[in-house]
Design a protein around this ligand. Structure first.
Ligand code: 13P
Length: 249
């Protein structure tokens, strides 16, 4: 299957203050010296989106949010609308991360509604799916992930730019990763589910792998069939580490 250009995206999670933008300056300067073969994105906490987008304007690094509300506006204290992220300079938004599915009880239906809101606001969603350790040990990984893809992707995504990120919950922040065969097996199942859901609109958008991607395993993971990029947590916080992963793509 034809693959679109790879996307290496960093998820800073709840890390980063103004001083952390020095890392973005370092990343930007390095990428100005070397044309990277992949798309590069960083998703900082909401407080840094606007400042990071200003630093990255006109350069190769895209900026994204880490979540948005499904509603366009209203009395939702503490929440952020897709249009607000867009207004702050974001072009992407991570949705349905397992830390939100598990920590806030986000369902597939809610993730789908958020993805519709993101598309309506002109953002490209990165929709996360992934099985728990108990589900993998019960032999359910492929079926769990298929269900999440079918029920979290709105039909409105057909014809839009988006990505799906396969992030096994047990591999996030643990230093554990699936074997390359396991990653390929699930990515093929994600691709099949994307096509089942969206037809040709699900045939080419990248499927990212996320979960303990580091400089020393990035090349193997990124050259696995159907891996269209990476969603990187801890190793995206330091420009030097993130650059090594970008160079491996
Ligand atoms: P780590 O790379 O720190 O395991 O985090 C992965 C992740 O959750 C990215 O969204």
């Amino acid at each position: 299957m034809k693959q679109s250009v790879k996307l290496v995206a960093g998820n800073w999670k709840m890390n980063g203050l103004g001083a952390s933008l020095d890392e973005v300056e370092t990343l930007k300067a390095a990428l100005a010296e070397e044309a990277s073969a992949c798309r590069v994105a960083l998703c900082p906490p909401a407080t840094l989106v606007e400042r990071m987008a200003a630093i990255c304007a006109g350069g190769p690094v895209e900026v994204g949010g880490q979540d948005c509300r499904a509603e366009a506006s209203g009395a939702f204290t503490g929440d952020i609308a897709a249009s607000m992220l867009k207004d702050a300079g974001a072009t992407l938004v991570i949705l349905g991360h397992s830390e939100r599915r598990q920590g806030y009880g986000e369902t597939n239906a809610l993730v789908l509604a958020k993805a519709e809101a993101a598309v309506a606001a002109g953002l490209s969603p990165i929709i996360c799916v992934g099985e728990t350790l108990a589900q993998r040990e019960a032999g359910q990984a492929v079926e769990v992930v298929r269900e999440q893809v079918i029920h979290s992707l709105p039909l409105a995504l057909a014809g839009q730019a988006f990505a799906v990120a396969y992030e096994p919950v047990w591999a996030i922040g643990t230093g554990l990763t699936p074997t390359l065969e396991q990653i390929e097996e699930v990515h093929r199942a994600v691709r099949a589910a994307m096509i089942e859901r969206l037809g040709l609109g699900g045939a080419e958008q990248p499927i990212l792998y996320g979960g303990s991607v580091k400089p020393d395993n990035a090349r193997d993971i990124l050259s696995t069939p159907e891996v269209g990029g990476a969603l990187v947590g801890g190793a995206s916080l330091k420009a030097a580490d993130f650059l090594q992963i970008i160079r491996a793509a």
